[in-house]
Design a protein around this ligand. Structure first.
Ligand code: ADP
Ligand code: MG
Ligand code: MG
Length: 905
C-alpha cells in the first residue's frame, strides 16, 4: 500500500490535507468514508460545519516514520485558518474561541474501534469566552467532555475512572443524569478529571489549543494500531495497511439548552426497508450521548413537536441524501439553538434480510434497476438468510465464545470423541462433537454430529473448513475452553458440562451455550427448497426475485459437491445443475475402510475389489438417479491410502505391549509390517491420486467399472444418467494418459458385456502447478479440466493449510503480509495466474474443453467472480452454498458491466 508519495523525499510536496469543499464521495480511499461523505454533503449544499480531512496517506506516512510527515503541520495550520474564516471565530481566541472535533474515519467503517475527541481548543483561558456564548454550565459541560475524551484517547486513562467520578457527582447532587448537574458541579467534575490525568498519565490537559490538536490527531493515527482495531480488522478481513483519515470539524453545540439537541437517524427503516425517517433524538446533548445510551432518547418523530422547522428541514435533507445516494443512508445531526447541522452520513449498515428487501423496494420505486439491486446484495448475506438461528429473546448461559466458523444454530449432547459421536448418533441421539481440535480422523464423528466445537484453531482450521464444506454448524477456537478427555468434562469461562449434557451452538455468532435454546428454521431456506410452498413473505419474494435475475444474467453454471443421494437432491432443489465433485473416498470410510486395508495389505484382494465394486455401483446409482439428466463428475480415489490404515505409532505401541506381555501376535506383526511399508513422512505429497495407477492399477479400473455398470443399470430403467470421471493429482500428461487407458478399457468391457453404449468423459483435475503449466499437453488426453483450488493453493504456496493455520497464518493476517487468506479467497496473482494459463493453453489444444472448479473457493463470492471472469463453465460448491454461488455468478456479470455504485458511494 506504500505509494511513491508516501516516501519522505516527496513528502514536502504532497497534499496531506483537503478541505471538505475539495473532496467528494469517490475519494474514500484517501479521505476515509466519513471524510468523503462530509465532502460530498458539502458539495450538495447541506449544512455541514466547516472542516478538513487529513488523508489516510498522511496516517500511513506517520505510522511508517513514527512522526508527522514534512509539510503536514503547515497544511493543517493553513486549513485551520480557512475554518476560522468560515466560522468567524479564531482557534484559541479567549474572547470567542473556535472549537473543533477531531474524528477518525477509515475507508471501511470499524464501529467503535477508533476514536473521536470533541471540543478541542478549550482551555482555562478560552473557557470564559465560550461561556459567553451559552452560559457557564454549557461551557463547563464542554470542558469536562474534552478532558474525559482527551484523557481516554490521547493519554490512555481508563474510561471507567471518569464514569465513577460522574457517578459520585450525580449521587452528591441527588440527580439521575448529567442534565441535573449545575455549572459548579460540572466544574468540579472537570477538576477531578484533570487530577485523574495527572495521577494516571503524569500530565494535565495541555493549555495550548494547538498542542491539543496535534496530540489528538496523533492519537487518532495511532488508534489504527490499537489492539482492538487490529483484532477487528483481522476478523473482518480488512487490509491493515490502509490507515485512517482524520477529520477536523468546527464544533456545533447540541448542549446549549432546550432549543438544542443531537440525533441519529435512517432515511428508511433498516429492518423492513420501508421509507420514512427512523431514529433517536436527545434534547440538550452532544452527539456522543445518543450513541452511548447515557440518557433515554425520544423517537425522531417527536422532533416534529419539539422543533417543527428543524424537523421539516431535516426531512428535506434526508430526502436529498436518499435521492443522491439512491440507497438507505444513516445520518448524524445536531441542532444548535434551532439551527440544524448535518455531521455525518453514510450508506447505512443493514441486516442481510434488509439488504434484499431494500434493494427490491428501490427497484419498485424506480430508483435503481435490477442489475444495480443485484450488485447491492451478496452471496454471503444470502447464505446467512438460509441458516436456522436461535430465537431472539431467550436467556443464554454462555459456556464459551469463539470464532463463527460455520453458521447455523444446533442443539445436541456434547460428545468428546469421534467414535462415540458415531456410536451415539447410530442410537438416534443428536450430538455435538467437542474437541480440542480436529484432524482427518475425526471426520466420521463430524459427519455424525450436528455441530462441531473446537478449543483451538482459526477460521481455516480443519474443523472450520470441513464443517463449512459439510454445512455443519461450527464454533472454532473457543476461548478458554478445556476439553478433559480423561474426566469427560468440558470447562469454559462460563461453566462446565459433562459429556452427554445438552449444549447449543451458535455458529453465526460464535457462541456455545449450556442447555437447550429454541431454534427457528429459516423461511427463506424452506421457500428455496420448496418453491411451491413459498409463503407470502416480503423477504422470500425479494430473495427469489434477485436470484431469478442472477440466473438470468449469469454465464457460469453452478454445480455441487455431493457424495450421497440426499445431498444431491437437496442441492438440486437449491438450484444445482449437476455434481462437480463426487468424492469416492467418503464412500469408503468407517467400517468400509477394511476393504481398502485388505487391498493395500494384499489380503484376499479379489474379494475386496469385488466388494468395493458392488458398494460403489449401488452408491453411484443413487447419486446418478438423484441428478438424472444432469452431469455427475465422479473423482477417482484421491487420498493417500494410509488414511485407510491403522495409525503407525498406535499400532507399534500395541505390538510392543503384546510382545512385552509375551503374547506377540502374528496378525499384528503382519499388519504392522504392511503399515510400515505404506508409511510416508509427507503423505499429502506422496502416493495418492493418479500415482496409484502405477502401483495398484486395479483400483481405478474397479471404480470405472462400477460407474459404468451403475450407468447401464439406469439406462435400462429409462433414466438419463450423465456420468463423468476425473483423475486427481495429475502433474504430467502421461499420467493422465495411463489412467485414461485403464478407465476406457474398463468402461468398454462393461459396455460389451451389457450390450449397450456407455459414454463417460474423462477429465483431469488441475491441482498441481506443473499440470497448469503443461495444460496444453494435459488437454490432449482430457475432455475437461476441473481446478482443485485447495491443493493448487497449497502446492503453489508450498504450505500445508492446517499447519500454516496452526502456526504462522494468523500472524500473517494480522501483520498484513497476506491481505486475505488464500484458502478463503482465491489468490488472484499467483494461483489465479496458474488458472489463467491452464485455461488459455488447455483451450488452445482443445477448444471445446470443459472447464470447472471444485473446492472451497467455489463457494466464495470474490473467487466466484474471478472464475466467471476467466471464463470457467461452472463452479462447484457444497449444497448449502449453491444459492449464494448462483447469486455471485450473476453479480460477476453485472459487476463487470458497471462498477457498483456501492463502491463509489
Ligand atoms: P463515530 O465514528 O464513532 O460515529 P464521530 O466522529 O461521528 O464518531 O463522532 C462522535 C459523535 O460526536 C457523533 O455523535 C458526532 O455527531 C459528534 N460530533 C462529531 N463532530 C462534531 C462537531 N464538529 N460538532 C458537534 N458534534 C460532533
Ligand atoms: Mg459518527
Ligand atoms: Mg485435491
Amino acid at each position: 500500500m506504500t505509494t511513491q508519495a508516501d516516501r519522505p523525499a516527496d513528502a514536502a510536496g504532497t497534499t496531506w490535507v483537503l478541505s471538505f469543499a475539495e473532496g467528494h464521495r469517490g475519494m474514500a480511499d484517501l479521505l476515509g468514508g466519513k471524510g468523503a461523505n462530509l465532502a460530498e454533503m458539502t458539495r450538495l449544499g447541506l449544512p455541514v460545519p466547516p472542516g478538513f480531512t487529513i488523508t489516510t496517506q498522511a496516517c500511513r506516512a506517520y505510522l511508517a516514520e513514527g512522526h508527522e510527515p514534512e509539510g503536514l503541520a503547515e497544511q493543517v495550520e493553513e486549513h485551520l485558518r480557512r475554518v476560522e474564516d468560515a466560522a468567524g471565530r479564531r482557534f484559541g481566541d479567549p474572547a470567542d474561541p473556535l472549537l473543533v472535533s477531531v474524528r477518525s474515519g477509515a475507508r471501511f467503517s470499524m464501529p467503535g474501534m477508533m476514536d473521536t475527541i470533541l471540543n478541542v481548543g478549550l482551555t482555562d483561558e478560552t473557557l470564559p469566552g465560550l461561556a459567553r456564548r451559552a452560559g457557564e454550565r454549557f461551557a463547563q459541560d464542554c470542558y469536562r467532555r474534552l478532558v474525559q475524551m482527551y484523557g481516554r484517547t490521547v493519554l490512555g486513562v481508563d474510561g471507567q475512572l471518569f464514569e465513577d467520578v460522574l457517578d459520585q457527582a450525580r449521587q452528591r447532587a441527588g440527580v439521575r443524569d448529567d442534565q441535573g448537574l449545575d455549572a459548579a458541579a460540572l466544574a468540579d467534575v472537570a477538576t477531578r478529571f484533570r487530577e485523574l490525568l495527572r495521577e494516571h498519565a503524569g500530565e494535565d490537559l495541555p493549555q495550548d489549543p494547538r498542542e491539543q490538536l496535534t496530540r489528538a490527531v496523533r492519537a487518532v493515527f495511532e488508534s489504527w494500531n490499537s489492539p482492538r482495531a487490529v483484532l477487528y480488522r483481522s476478523r473482518e478481513g480488512i487490509d491493515p495497511n490502509l490507515g485512517t483519515a482524520v477529520n477536523v470539524v468546527a464544533m456545533v453545540f447540541g448542549n446549549t439548552g432546550e432549543r438544542s439537541g443531537s440525533g441519529v437517524c435512517f432515511t428508511r427503516d433498516p429492518a423492513s426497508g420501508h421509507r420514512g425517517a427512523y431514529g433517536d433524538y436527545l434534547t440538550n446533548a452532544q452527539g456522543e450521548d445518543v450513541v452511548a445510551g447515557i440518557r433515554q432518547p425520544v423517537p425522531l418523530a417527536r422532533l416534529a413537536d419539539i422543533d417543527p422547522p428543524a424537523y421539516e428541514q431535516l426531512m428535506g435533507h434526508l430526502a436529498t441524501l436518499e435521492n443522491h445516494y439512491r440507497d438507505l443512508c444513516d445520518v448524524e445531526f445536531t441542532i444548535e439553538d434551532g439551527r440544524l447541522w448535518i455531521l455525518q452520513t453514510r450508506v447505512g449498515k443493514r441486516t442481510a434480510g434488509a439488504a434484499f428487501r431494500i434493494a427490491t423496494q428501490l427497484v419498485d420505486e424506480g430508483v435503481i434497476d435490477l442489475d444495480e439491486a443485484l450488485r447491492r446484495v451478496t452471496g454471503e448475506q444470502l447464505t446467512q438468510l438460509l441458516h436456522p438461528r436461535f430465537a431472539a429473546d431467550q436467556e443464554r448461559r454462555v459456556l464459551a465464545r469463539g470464532l463463527p466458523a460455520s453458521p447455523g444454530a444446533a442443539v445436541g449432547e456434547a460428545v468428546l470423541d469421534s467414535e462415540r459421536a458415531v456410536e451415539w448418533a447410530a442410537q438416534g441421539r443428536t450430538v455435538v462433537l467437542v474437541r480440542p481440535e480436529t484432524s482427518p480422523e475425526d471426520l466420521p464423528g463430524m459427519v455424525a454430529a450436528v455441530a462441531v466445537v473446537t478449543a483451538r484453531g482459526g477460521l481455516t482450521s480443519h474443523a472450520a473448513v470441513v464443517a463449512r464444506g459439510m454445512g455443519r454448524t461450527c464454533v472454532a477456537g473457543a476461548e478458554g475452553l478445556q476439553v478433559d478427555l480423561e474426566r469427560r468434562v468440558v470447562t469454559g469461562p462460563g461453566g462446565q458440562v459433562r459429556e452427554g449434557d445438552v449444549i447449543s451452538v451458535d455458529g453465526t455468532a460464535g457462541v456455545v451455550s449450556i442447555g437447550e435454546l429454541d431454534v427457528e428454521a429459516s423461511v427463506v431456506a424452506a421457500a428455496l427448497e420448496d418453491p411451491g410452498a413459498a409463503p407470502d413473505d416480503e423477504l422470500v419474494e425479494a430473495v427469489v426475485r434477485l436470484l431469478a435475475h442472477a440466473d438470468l444474467r449469469r454465464t457460469t453454471g453452478v454445480l455441487t459437491n455431493a457424495d450421497t443421494p440426499e445431498d444431491a437432491r437437496r442441492a438440486r432443489r437449491l438450484g444445482a445443475e449437476g455434481i462437480g465433485l463426487c468424492r469416492t473416498e467418503h464412500m469408503l470410510l468407517g467400517e468400509r475402510r477394511h476393504i481398502v486395508e485388505d487391498i493395500v495389505l494384499d489380503r484376499d484382494r479379489e474379494t475386496a475389489f469385488s466388494r468395493m465394486h458392488d458398494l460403489h455401483r449401488e452408491e453411484f446409482r443413487g447419486v446418478l438417479e438423484a441428478m438424472d439428466g444432469l452431469p455427475v463428475v465422479v473423482r477417482l480415489l484421491d487420498p493417500p491410502l494410509h488414511e485407510f490404515l491403522p495409525d503407525l505409532t498406535e499400532l507399534s505401541v500395541h505390538a510392543a505391549l503384546e510382545e512385552a506381555a509375551g503374547r506377540a501376535d502374528e496378525d499384528t506383526a503382519r499388519l504392522l509390517a504392511g503399515v510400515r511399508r505404506w508409511h510416508e513422512t509427507n503423505p499429502m505429497l506422496g502416493l495418492r491420486g493418479v500415482r496409484l495407477v502405477a502401483v495398484v492399477p486395479e483400483l481405478y479400473a474397479v471404480q470405472a467399472r462400477a460407474l459404468a455398470h451403475a450407468t447401464a443399470d439406469l439406462l435400462e430403467k429409462g433414466f438419463d444418467p450423465r456420468p463423468e470421471l476425473m483423475v486427481p493429482l495429475v502433474a504430467e500428461a502421461a499420467e493422465l494418459a495411463a489412467a485414461r487407458r485403464v478407465i476406457e478399457q474398463a468402461v468398454r468391457a462393461v459396455a460389451d458385456e451389457r450390450g449397450t453404449t456407455v459414454s463417460i468423459p474423462v477429465g483431469s483435475m488441475i491441482e498441481l502447478p506443473r499440470a497448469a503449466l503443461t495444460a496444453g499437453e494435459v488437454a490432449r488426453h482430457a475432455d475437461f479440466f476441473s481446478f482443485g483450488t485447495n491443493d493448487l493453493t497449497q502446492t503453489t504456496w508450498g504450505l500445508s493449510r492446517d499447519d500454516a493455520e496452526a502456526s504462522f497464518m494468523p500472524a500473517y493476517r494480522e501483520s498484513g503480509l497476506v491481505p486475505t487468506d488464500p484458502f478463503d479467497s482465491i489468490d488472484v496473482d499467483g494461483v489465479g495466474r496458474l488458472v489463467r494459463i491452464a485455461v488459455a493453453e488447455g483451450r488452445a489444444t482443445r477448444p471445446d474443453l470443459g472447464l470447472g472448479i471444485c473446492g472451497e473457493h467455489g463457494g466464495d463470492p470474490a473467487s466466484v467472480r474471478f472464475f466467471a471472469e476467466v471464463g470457467l463453465d461452472y463452479v462447484s460448491c457444497s449444497p448449502p452454498r449453491v444459492p449464494a454461488a448462483r447469486l455471485e455468478a450473476g453479480r460477476a456479470v453485472v459487476l463487470a458491466e458497471g462498477a457498483s455504485e456501492a463502491d463509489t458511494r
